[in-house]
Design a protein around this ligand. Structure first.
Ligand code: TXE
Length: 527
């Protein structure tokens, strides 16, 4: 069947929702071309929620064909920006009308709490659609004055059919941050949600249709990375691919793009973000934001502040208060009121995180809090704080993507804070050039030797110190006395191997536009 109903019966959200389970091409839900299905698992207890149709490379071909037809005949430059604005605003209204359902679907297959999904993921997703709706009728080129008797100008044109591959940590928000700028600029989309969390994306398809988008503008194909993801990355008629996920997969997407049609690539990848707390910080403010920075979304955030550097004068007090707050985290059913942390998204992630905790212990770090396996069903991980770490330990170097952090003491009385900045920016650089582009095995090893630069934060009351240190941190997002705040209008992305290009904000529009110049006729010489 191409749809499924699910009863939510909890104190927080009561109701029955139905959602589609098919492959969405040309505004219709159909079975995948090969007839397969993917099990969608509830991470709270490991049970089957539903099966969704599995798309394969054949479906990518069908979707691209449909999208290209729509782009050429109906969408793209055929639809005025004002009409795209109207359609996107209608989509935002439709999302508002079923905000609870969208939040519930994200909570169901991802395991995040319904409360967080409702107050953070869904409002931000709607904000993104509205923000880009506002841009759709403001995409314009410019006239360049080259000489008085020549008319020379630059146009901004949509690229055409674009591919988007998203992960499972913020299923709805990732979708909206990707489709927002692509729709606003007039592109047709082939989107692949994560095979672990497809439910809200499929629900969004019904809203896109309801809002009145022409068939073929948005096509959503749930499938595996190795099949659908790879087919999108290497498709000759997809001229741009945008990806959020692991750095290792980002690398293979870029390779596939290079080997196929040199499609334009933007990547939003992993991180191991430093959060630096100076002696003069407001202690409670630093504790609250650092807590949010690592434990929000169960640590499954690319910007998670997983390395907390605390200056020696405030270290003990910080650790005490931070630990007190961590002890208040209530693990449990994502739909139960009062739950702060649900399960991790999948058994794979669960095992991976436990592996990191084990390695931290084996390499000699001290478990200050947590560290023991969760006693019960589901893919839960106890919040864990490590201290007495060394810079070369795996838990300090690698992205854990779970509720695990290292609280690291630094002395550093020098005015320029060189030592802590060096540690904050540090990752294993030496080995990379030697190993780069070697065998697949070595690519696996590379996973642990990545040079990240996604987020960073500084806590201090001294403005001069805040700005001087913040500017020396090599990261795409930089917070002062806050952590993990994002805004639709602020560009988001990484330095170094945390990514290429920026999403969010005006910057993201340029990912989806081709620039066409009409230079003067005489140019360098007359014919
Ligand atoms: O990621 P993948 P995984 C990090 C985090 C996590 C690790 C592994 O550290 O522990 O990555 O997670 C699709 N061609 N992040 O394995 O593989 C896949 O189907 C094309 C950080 O889940 O990157 C899914 O849709 N696509 C991150 C998407 O890529 C492929 C978010 C992400 O999966 C593909 C998630 C291929 N060959 C994980 N292989 C962030 N930056 O927020 C897989 N995919």
């Amino acid at each position: 069947p191409t749809s499924f109903s699910y009863e939510f019966d909890t104190a927080v959200y009561k109701g029955k929702t139905s959602f589609p389970t098919g492959v969405f091409i040309n505004n219709e839900f159909v079975d995948g071309a090969d007839g397969g299905t993917i099990d969608v698992i509830n991470p709270t207890n490991g049970s089957l929620i539903t099966k969704v149709s599995e798309a394969t490379a054949k479906d990518v071909d069908l979707a691209v064909e449909a999208a290209q037809k729509t782009f050429d005949a109906v969408w793209g430059l055929n639809t005025p920006g004002k009409d795209r604005t109207d359609l996107m605003n209608k989509l935002a209204v439709a999302m508002e009308a079923c905000a609870d359902e969208l939040a519930a679907l994200d909570a169901l297959d991802n395991g995040k709490t319904f409360g967080w999904a409702k107050t953070m993921d869904v409002p931000l997703s709607i904000e993104l659609i509205k923000y880009y709706a506002g841009w759709a009728d403001k995409i314009h080129g410019k006239v360049v004055e080259t000489s008085e008797d020549k008319f020379t100008y630059v146009r901004q044109e949509p690229i055409g059919v674009v591919g988007q591959i998203i992960p499972w940590n913020y299923p709805l928000m990732m979708m909206c941050m990707k489709i927002g700028p692509a729709l606003a600029t007039g592109n047709c989309i082939i989107l692949k949600p994560s095979e672990f969390t497809p439910l809200s994306a499929l629900k969004m398809c019904t809203l896109v249709k309801e809002a009145g988008f022409p068939p073929g503008v948005l096509n959503v194909l749930v499938g595996y990375g190795k099949t659908v993801g790879a087919a999108i990355s290497s498709h000759k008629d997809i001229e741009k691919v945008a990806f959020t996920g692991s750095t290792v997969t980002g690398r293979s997407i870029m390779e596939a793009a290079a080997k196929s049609n040199l499609k334009n690539v933007t990547l939003e990848l992993g991180g191991k973000s430093p959060n630096i707390i100076f002696n003069d910080a407001d202690l409670q403010q630093a504790v609250d934001w650092s807590f949010f920075g690592i434990f929000w979304n169960h640590g499954q955030a690319c910007i998670a502040g997983s390395r907390i550097f605390v200056q020696s004068g405030i270290y003990d007090k910080f650790l005490e208060k931070f630990t007190e707050k961590t002890k208040t985290i209530k693990l449990g059913d994502p739909f139960a009121s009062g739950t702060y942390q649900g399960p991790q998204v999948s058994n794979i992630q669960h095992e991976r995180i436990l592996g990191y905790i084990k390695s931290g212990k084996e390499q000699g770090a001290t478990v200050h809090y947590g560290g023991e396996p969760y006693n019960g069903d589901g893919y839960f991980v106890n919040p864990t704080i490590f201290v007495d770490t060394k810079p070369e330990m795996k838990i300090v170097q690698e992205e854990i993507f779970g509720p695990v952090c290292c609280v690291i003491k630094f002395e550093d009385e020098a005015d320029d804070y060189t030592d802590v900045i060096k540690q904050a920016n540090d990752t294993s650089k030496m080995v990379l050039p030697l190993l780069y582009l070697s065998s697949k095995l070595i690519r696996g090893v590379l996973c642990g030797l990545l040079v990240y630069g996604l987020g960073a934060a500084v806590f201090t009351k001294n403005l001069d110190r805040a700005l001087k240190t913040a500017h020396k941190l090599k990261a795409g997002s930089l917070w002062v006395n806050a952590y993990s705040t994002v805004n639709a209008s602020m560009p988001f992305g990484g330095y170094k191997q945390s990514g290429i290009g920026r999403e969010y904000g005006e910057e993201a529009l340029h990912n989806y536009l081709n620039v066409k110049a009409k230079p003067p006729m005489d140019g360098l010489r007359d014919p």
